[in-house]
Design a protein around this ligand. Structure first.
Ligand code: ARG
Length: 491
């Protein structure tokens, strides 16, 4: 009897717990949804929506300069503006190379990708996708003079095909064309340039984008061939496990389709594509920003690099073993790895590992300083070592301490060895700083690429960039020579 009662109590208890487990969450569903979507929480708290894109993709996204003012324009940008507005958020556009976007999304650098991206099974493993907002065809463009050579896809077998790196077009080149020699290029204008200069026989490009480029490059045309899978979706990528964000984005996408806004967005984009003015009135401001930032990054790199470098040099010269080792490990590691890798490590590492929320420009500067410090440490160490040992011995035997010897005898002489080498390092840094363009720092190279996308002219912007780098480094090395000459006189 007692046993029976006890059993009943247990049954009631289990049922209650079970029911509570089902009912309570229902009441709490809305609150829970927010709590279960930390991504959305974070965006709301910040009040700013960070949208990543690769602005080399007119009419989807590109940069234009209206009355000297630069802005991002295109279908995707209008869509981003709408999503931000629908959710009462400020919009921040982060422009980077297409192959960096997924990484940036996964490490939380950006909240979503709106960059003409097509959902693929591989990408779906990494991120979630919204409903599609557009469908677009795929095309191959070739030189107009060669159009007649290509009657079917088979005519492209064994040919050299350009496509943007890590895009579905690159996949198409590999899967639909037999034995193609695929040239994967980071930025789309590079694909156009390869085609124009005869490095490849054709380029696979999304139809609307190809149309935009063809308008500006009359010597190119569409090859009359069809792919097996002609149309692809364009969707918005968001981080996994962000149900609220996904719902909000889909709501805006549904609006766009219900109100048939895409044609309107296309019109806005088309207007921005045809601007008046010559190359320099249109794009001069891009290059000016570039020069400013290149100089800024280089100065920060060299000045702080010299400070930290001096530190590491002294550590390496010190007689305390652990300090010596630490400095050696640092210097060897930095000099033994590519700057490109270091830049990416800093860019993604600061958010993914350290949780810092810092801009690409600051990341670029940090990477440059870390890199310069190692090289300059070696310059300084060599400079100090080059001072004759006898000097130290003489100073010490006169009763000066180690510190005094360094300060008054050795360092002043070492500086004469160091300064010229430091000048060379400065010249190197100006050129090397072009690498930070990969994370979207707006220096000369980055702006040249932006202008490539905006002007549909792949070559001139590069030429301008080359000239600018040359002028900067040439002037700098003349100035250095002048000072070197003065120092020689003072000997
Ligand atoms: N739709 C293609 C893909 O998802 C290419 C997108 C390229 N976008 C760009 N902004 N460059 O792979």
């Amino acid at each position: 009897m007692i046993q029976h009662k006890a059993l009943n109590i247990i049954k009631v208890f289990i049922c209650t717990v079970f029911l509570l487990g089902i009912i309570l969450p229902l009441f709490n569903l809305k609150a829970n949804a927010e709590a279960q979507d930390p991504v959305w929480e974070k965006i709301k708290q910040r009040g700013e929506l960070r949208v990543g894109l690769s602005a080399d993709y007119a009419p989807y996204e590109f940069e234009s300069s209206k009355n000297g003012k630069r802005e991002y324009v295109g279908i995707d940008v209008e869509l981003a503006k709408k999503i931000a507005k629908d959710n009462h958020l400020k919009l921040k556009i982060e422009n980077m190379s297409f192959d960096s976007l997924l990484g940036a999304l996964k490490t939380g650098k950006i909240d979503m990708i709106i960059s003409g991206m097509t959902p693929t099974p591989e990408r779906k493993k990494e991120v979630d996708f919204s409903d599609f907002y557009m469908k677009s065809g795929q095309s191959i463009i070739v030189k107009k003079t060669e159009i007649d050579k290509y009657k079917s896809l088979r005519d492209f077998d064994n040919k050299r095909i350009a496509a943007q790196k890590q895009t579905t077009q690159e996949q198409l080149a590999k899967t639909e064309i037999e034995n193609a020699d695929v040239h994967s290029l980071t930025r789309l204008p590079e694909a156009i340039m390869s085609l124009k200069s005869g490095k490849v026989d054709g380029a696979i490009i999304e139809r609307p984008v190809a149309e935009a480029y063809l308008q500006q490059n009359p010597e190119l045309g569409f090859a009359k061939v069809k792919f097996h899978e002609p149309d692809k979706d364009n969707s918005i990528a968001i981080p996994k496990n962000a149900p609220v964000l996904l719902a909000q984005v889909n709501k805006s996408v549904k609006d766009v389709k219900d109100q048939n806004l895409i044609p309107k967005y296309k019109d806005i984009a088309a207007q921005s594509m045809e601007e008046e003015g010559n190359f320099f009135t249109k794009y001069g401001s891009f290059f000016l920003t570039g020069i400013k930032n290149t100089i800024l990054i280089s100065i920060v790199g060299v000045v702080f690099g010299a400070l930290f470098g001096a530190f590491f040099a002294l550590m390496k010269l010190s007689s305390i073993k652990p300090l010596k080792w630490l400095a050696s490990v640092y210097i060897e590691f930095i000099r033994g790895t590519p700057l490109l890798v270091q830049v990416f490590l800093v860019f993604f590492g600061t958010t993914a590992v350290l949780g810092w929320d810092i801009s690409a420009l600051i990341c670029g500067m940090i990477a440059m300083v870390i890199n310069c410090a190692a090289y300059i440490a070696e310059i300084i160490r060599a400079g100090i070592n080059a001072v004759d040992k006898g000097q130290t011995e003489a100073a010490r035997s006169l009763g000066l301490s180690y510190g005094q010897t360094m300060k008054t005898i050795i360092l002043p002489q070492a500086i004469k060895n160091i300064l010229p080498a430091l000048g060379n390092e400065f010249v190197t840094v100006i050129k090397e700083s072009s690498i930070v363009s990969v994370i979207g720092v707006s220096e000369i190279m980055f702006n040249a690429q932006v202008v490539q996308g905006a002007s549909f002219d792949p070559f001139t912007p590069l030429l301008v960039a080359a000239i600018l780098y040359f002028v900067l480094t040439f002037v700098l090395s003349r100035v250095m020579n002048f000072f070197e000459g003065r120092m020689k006189v003072s000997d």
